[in-house]
Design a protein around this ligand. Structure first.
Ligand SMILES: [Fe+2]
Length: 436
């Protein structure tokens, strides 16, 4: 990273704003230490096809597997990895076969075929688990349950070194705690060490990389925001992230209320949305709740180290096995962008944003570049957001520069743009339904 004489840093063609020491309220109230997002698991009825589609669409190579070829007769699971982001895609095998084996061969010990089958029948392709790494998955589970969390899977010790437990997050989605007895070496080539015992390295797939690096936030849609927030807050101790605490985000236009919960280090961000009723058009959160048959995970925001590169690669594949994006905002949006973000983005970069349909927003600390895919599967439910955060650079105790969590916000100022594009998309669906 280069630094110019004004103390501002430049990386990957994006000019970063200077250090900002503005401190938001952070009571550091976690009940147990939550280190980071560890992985996200999707359930479907065919993991092979879904994993390959996501691998190609997002530029995340399939790096490990646990399936029939590794001796797993319960579920097929494929692990995709790009930077620190891990996605797992799982599906059940025949219950006639799995029920006939005396001992479980499942690599994910909490996997249950009947639960997965009813989950996919109810939700389609959807996120089953948001996993976070904690110091001790047994203690995290016990503390959570003591503070009102609904238990899903009691702690299980795997291979005497990995502990896994699950509690209910919202709907049928679980918050999975995972802990390791020994520090994991990220460079360890064996996924059985750095991920879960029973996963074997997969080396046949191409080494795709479009620049995606981290999970920034995982958002849930719920029917009742205050009940959901109070529930998660009470057993995790997470605090309300300042941006959405005091104000409502343009209810009449967006049709939702939203609030972000964060851990002590603000690296695990869990926003939640609820629908708002009585608006001109039905809230898209309500549409989600109907199509998903209840609460569930709405979107995953993935951080790119170079959003222009990521978008170029993803858009190339939109119609050949990848993901499509929501319609881009009108040209007037980009005409105004110079006034809104001309101090952070060059004219060239603003042009690039327009070409790729990237939205830009800011908060009091930094700038957010964001774009949303269309729904990932058949139903208008789960989707992905690609983001790059610019600014909010701080120094830790050792003098190492890091970026503050949630820098640039979550696109509050873009909500009206997002909902305009979602509503336009929904109108086209409605027109088809009327015509049919
Ligand atoms: Fe988001």
């Amino acid at each position: 990273m280069a630094t110019d004489n004004a103390g501002e840093a430049v990386t990957d063609g994006l000019k970063l704003v200077g250090f900002n020491n503005f401190v938001r309220t952070n009571p550091k109230s976690d009940r147990f230490n939550v280190k980071r997002f560890h992985h996200v698991e999707f359930w479907s009825t065919d993991a092979t096809n879904v994993a390959r589609r996501f691998s190609w669409g997002l530029g995340m190579p399939i790096v490990a597997k646990s399936d029939l070829s590794t001796g797993n007769y319960i579920h097929a699971s494929y692990l995709l990895r790009s930077g620190n982001l891990n996605f797992v895609f799982s599906a059940p095998y025949s219950t006639t076969i799995s029920d006939s084996t005396a001992t479980t061969t499942a690599a994910i010990p909490t996997f249950d075929a009947a639960t997965c089958n009813s989950f996919t029948a109810s939700h389609g392709i959807a996120v089953r688990a948001v996993a976070v790494e904690v110091d001790d998955a047994e203690a995290a589970f016990n503390t959570s349950v003591e503070h009102g969390a609904k238990p899903v899977s009691k702690p299980i010790l795997l291979d005497n070194r990995v502990t896994l437990s699950e509690i209910n997050l919202y709907g049928d989605v679980v918050l999975r705690y995972i802990s390791y007895a020994n520090p994991i070496h990220v460079s360890d080539p064996n996924p059985s060490n750095w991920f879960l015992p029973g996963f074997e390295a997969e080396t046949s797939y191409p080494d795709l990389d479009y620049g995606i690096r981290n999970l920034d936030h995982a958002v849930g849609n719920v029917p009742d925001l205050s009940a959901a927030v109070n529930y998660v807050k009470s057993f995790t101790g997470f605090h309300e992230f300042a941006e959405f605490t005091a104000d409502d985000i343009g209810t009449s236009e967006s049709g939702l209320n939203s609030l972000v919960l964060a851990n002590n280090t603000e690296t695990v961000l869990l926003p939640m949305n609820e629908p708002v009723y009585g608006t001109k058009r039905k809230s898209q959160i309500q549409t989600y709740l109907e199509h998903n048959e209840g609460a569930g995970l709405q979107h995953l925001a993935l951080t790119s180290e170079d959003i222009f590169k990521t978008l170029k690669e993803m858009r190339k594949r939109s119609y050949i096995g990848g993901f499509e994006f929501m319609p881009s905002p009108p040209p007037t949006y980009y005409a105004n962008l110079k006034n809104r973000a001309g101090d952070v983005l060059s004219d060239e970069q603003i042009k690039e944003c327009e070409k790729l349909g990237i939205l830009v927003d800011r908060d009091d600390q930094g700038t957010l570049l964001q774009i949303f895919t269309k729904p990932l599967g058949d139903r208008p439910t789960v989707f992905i957001e690609i983001i790059q955060r610019v600014g909010c650079l701080l120094k830790d105790e050792e003098g190492k520069v890091y970026q503050k969590g949630g820098c640039g916000g979550f696109g509050k100022g873009n909500f009206s743009e997002l909902f305009k594009s979602i509503e336009e998309y929904e109108k086209t669906l409605e027109a088809k339904r009327v015509a049919a």
